[in-house]
Design a protein. Structure first.
Lengths: 201, 201
């Protein structure tokens, strides 16, 4: 056996590209959640993932772009959209997972750093928007469309707006008001989006 | 008469502090909307406002903090909350002014730069949150409270959430999805927040 430290290349052969890519995304996701966006440098990631910096430069235009993609990969399993047929229950369960990820599981800081950087760095913006924000929005839309087809949403409900009125609320608190929030908000949020704030009738 | 160029001190005496402050905020607001946050440096502002840089350093901890305060001063007259007694009409009119300011009147770029910087610069964060975001949220809340008292909102409606579900939607598109939007969105946005997305009953 050859000696193997953590984070060094295994053996002398090349690892398949898919494996390297997965290792890079995993290492980046870990760094991002544990230490925040400033820790995601190509140097650090190459060391932690046991890959070469040349590879990183070849595959990602900037560390911020890599960070956005890694966040998508890392959060996808947590943020799955259940479909039990009960829209309210499914929204409460998905949004609870989302808010927990942002708060207790510490994603709020790196996410706000990525979105912050996206406002002035076009590479981060493209990676965040095309690699995370819009694909996640589309997954939400798909679940809402099923609910609309089964009559749980008004036929004329604007589903894009409904996404904004659910997940956008959390981003508004995180980024704009910079106010603490937790998952106890979620049932009220879902009910108010579904029933409205005005009296019935 | 002494010669007076634009942007130089008038006469040899000191201007009252209130006048200097107003000139600084006006010059900063102009720079911010016309050229964006990077144009707001203490050098540029001092030159445009005819004030000394020492004064700026004394009054503001950073150019970003000055920019956030200037944006509040600049936008306040545009963003007044009407109270005609008709909540829906008043929300449509205020949000239309807000969306126009963000889009046609060009505030979207500087606002996203300020909020972006706020994610990593604590001075900008404090100035934005305490000098703009929360005071504006409180003005919205006050109008919603009047409406709730007159029975135009459910007694159990969460007014903080309603603010997030109205203005937060616009910030979500601006900052997170980075998608163009315009004021044609507003009536749908208000109706969906008031009536909800679920079928009645």
């Amino acid at each position: 056996m050859t000696e193997q430290g953590a984070g060094t290349r295994r053996g002398r052969g090349r690892r398949p590209a898919g494996e390297v890519r997965a290792a890079v995304l995993a290492a980046t996701g870990r760094l991002l959640l544990e230490e925040g966006l400033p820790a995601v440098t190509f140097d650090r990631v190459a060391k932690e993932a046991g890959s070469s910096k040349v590879t990183l430069y070849k595959w990602w235009p900037s560390p911020g772009a890599l960070a956005a993609e890694a966040y998508f990969a890392r959060s996808a399993p947590v943020l799955e959209f259940p479909d039990t047929g009960d829209l309210r229950a499914d929204l409460v369960s998905q949004l609870t997972a989302f808010v927990r990820l942002m708060t207790r599981e510490g994603a709020g800081v790196p996410v706000s750093q990525i979105v912050g950087a996206a406002q002035t760095d076009p590479y981060v913006a493209a990676a965040w928007v095309e690699g995370y924000a819009r694909p996640r929005r589309d997954l939400g839309l798909a679940r809402l469309r099923t609910a609309q087809q089964s009559g749980q949403l008004r036929p004329d409900a604007d589903l894009h707006l409904l996404v904004d009125q659910l997940w956008g609320v959390c981003y508004h608190r995180l980024l704009v008001l910079r106010e603490p929030f937790d998952e106890t908000l979620v049932p009220r949020l879902v009910d108010q989006a579904l029933r409205g704030a005005a009296p019935e009738g």
